[in-house]
Design a protein around this ligand. Structure first.
Ligand code: F6P
Length: 326
């Protein structure tokens, strides 16, 4: 086992609220353990370009409450190439960095897995994505804040939907996963929730709407994940308008507001815990794993497993949401 004296930390992929809290925890735990900590700017892109910053305890002051990531983030195509990885490795060697902590999602861990595999370089990953679609943790850093952002927006939309007797289709993030749509949809009392993990039968939705409105519903909201097989909010609304002429419909695409904002208490605590535990684990010789939290336990999942599996969505919650929205 190599003696770790200097570590690098980076954020990669889509940003998520709580990433700063994780960076702060990594930096301060590292320094507390007599490590030198280097911040790498813009993820793997910065690793290739040698964009490194020395971190100290004050460089992470006053960031626990801030959304985004002070280290910036990017999706690097170059890191997927042999040359890109080689340059990154040489830069790490030049800097004397012995290990890396990477904060991101599936793409980030795929890069980390290959890098560790090819260069035998210790890496630990922290789950940072609003999508909550990672295997090996109950929740990812950023998810709680994102669903609260969606619920706050949906509540506001419900006010105006009620006032105007309108049906709103709200599109939320989730290119491949419906975790945001499902939880936020339940909390917002959505009339229906459409997610990529299940086939969307538009006729069933139309039937439900007709039934609801016959029972004197005059307004409502439907939450659709952007990756749903219906094609998204505009496709859904087209189908509704083709079939009925009495619905007054509107679309709201929530977009990137879901990725920003001050992290919730849950996200700050999760990010702080995983950041702290990841440095301790690295010092004990752990590597090639994503750190997560399942129930109350800190769990390490090999990158290979984390990227091959998806977190299972609880489909029975969809049925519950439908019953509760009658
Ligand atoms: O971070 C994940 C995610 O939010 C997905 O849900 C979404 O489809 C994607 O990022 C959007 O990414 P971009 O910022 O590149 O548009």
């Amino acid at each position: 086992m190599i003696k770790i004296k200097k570590i690098g930390v980076l954020t990669s992929g889509g940003d998520a609220p709580g990433m700063n809290a994780a960076i702060r925890a990594v930096v301060r735990t590292g320094i507390n353990n007599n490590l030198e900590v280097i911040g790498i700017i813009s993820g793997y892109k910065g690793l290739i370009e040698g964009d490194f910053r020395q971190m100290d305890t004050t460089s992470v002051s006053n960031i626990i409450q801030r959304g985004g990531t002070i280290l910036k983030t990017a999706r690097s195509e170059k890191f997927k190439t042999k040359e890109g990885m080689e340059t990154a490795f040489q830069n790490l060697k030049k800097q004397g960095i012995d290990a890396l902590i990477v904060i991101g999602g599936d793409g980030t861990f795929t890069g980390a897995y290959e890098f560790d595999d090819i260069y035998n370089f210790p890496v630990i990953g922290l789950p940072g994505t609003i999508d909550n679609d990672l295997y090996g943790t109950d929740f990812t850093i950023g998810y709680d804040t994102a669903i609260n952002t969606v619920v706050e927006a949906a509540d506001k939309i419900r006010d105006t939907a009620y006032s105007h007797d309108r049906l709103f289709i709200i599109e939320v993030m989730g290119r491949d996963a419906g975790f945001i749509a499902l939880r936020a949809g339940i909390a917002a009392g959505a009339e229906d929730i459409l997610i990529p993990e299940t086939i969307t039968y538009i006729d069933d939705l139309l039937h439900k709407l007709e039934h609801d409105w016959r029972k004197n519903k005059t307004s409502g909201i439907i939450i659709v994940a952007e990756g749903d097989d219906s094609g998204g909010a505009f496709e859904v609304i087209k189908k509704i308008n083709e079939k009925f002429d009495y619905f007054k419909t509107r679309v709201t695409i929530l977009g990137h507001i879901q990725r920003g904002g001050s992290p919730s208490c849950m996200d700050r605590v999760l990010a702080s815990t995983l950041g702290y535990e990841s440095v301790k684990a690295l010092l004990k010789g752990k590597r090639g794993v994503m750190i997560g939290k399942i129930h109350k336990d800190i769990v390490f999942t090999p990158f290979e497993k984390a990227i091959k599996h998806n977190q299972e969505i609880n489909k029975s919650l969809l049925e519950m949401a439908r019953v509760l929205s009658l």
